[in-house]
Ligand binder design. Structure first.
Ligand code: ATP
Ligand code: MG
Length: 223
């Protein structure tokens, strides 16, 4: 039987430092445990995902994970087409700010994840992303963009208030899986590993829950 086309998950945000590369690298590593997966780094010249992959390649035996880079949206579209033939999942690490590329990623993706920290500054800057999401809807009516809470401190009043405000202001759906503030995320990133491989139990549980929820959404929406 013919394998279905690759499912594309874009990790998008206009603000820098919110956790796009952390989520992209971890999801890519976890997905690749089961199916061939490609990680596409569109945030150049910084290239966090590409650097993570280079460290990984020098430390670990070959896996089911491929890396590609794309400098602009045309290159991204052509890379994605090539990679779709032999990969089940494409995970895209988007650049901050560049609306044209972000719009293309939203249109291509079955699901776009929007990492967000529970702070007012992050929520204000995410409001700018809403414009790009609505532009993407002109190209594709079934755009699906959802918040992933990162560095979430669920038991503080500030986190609860800010996330409630975000729900009202942004009007985006959110995933139930959330990532806490854990040093394991930066330690694993620096070593070319996922937190699953870095064996941090709490972070590992969060990332597996995130991966399972993303797969569930892809299955449910059938895209
Ligand atoms: N949940 C977390 N807990 C602790 N540290 C985190 C968490 N998420 C991300 N970080 C750290 O915060 C920094 C920024 O994260 P990351 O590189 O994933 O964000 P980004 O949105 O890709 O940023 P950039 O704009 O630089 O591309 C990194 O050092 C990362 O290790
Ligand atoms: Mg990054």
């Amino acid at each position: 039987m013919k394998e279905p086309a690759a499912q594309i998950v874009g990790i998008i945000q206009v603000k820098g430092g919110v956790g796009r590369s952390t989520i992209a690298t971890n999801l890519a590593a976890v997905f690749s445990l089961k199916k061939p997966t490609a990680l596409i780094d569109c945030d150049l010249p910084q290239g966090t995902s590409a650097s993570w992959y280079a460290v990984r390649k020098s430390e670990l035996p070959p896996t089911n994970l491929t890396l590609a880079i794309a400098r602009d949206y045309r290159e991204l579209v052509s890379r994605a087409q090539e990679l779709s033939r032999e990969h089940r999942y494409l995970i895209i690490d988007a650049p901050p700010r560049i609306a044209e590329m972000t719009r293309a990623i939203i249109v291509m993706s079955s699901l776009s994840l929007v990492p967000l920290g529970a702070s007012a500054a992050e929520i204000w800057s995410t409001a700018d992303l809403l414009q790009t999401i609505s532009e993407a809807r002109l190209f594709r009516s079934d755009v699906d963009a959802r918040i992933v809470w990162n560095r979430y401190r669920g038991n503080t009043r500030e986190a609860l208030e800010v996330s409630e405000a975000a729900r009202k202001e942004l009007g985006l759906k959110e995933l139930s899986a959330r990532l806490g503030y854990r040093v394991a995320y930066s330690e694993a990133l620096a070593r070319g590993l996922s937190v699953d491989e870095w064996l941090d139990r709490a972070a590992h549980t969060e990332i597996l829950a995130l991966a399972a929820e993303v797969k569930g959404i892809l299955k449910e929406t059938g895209r």
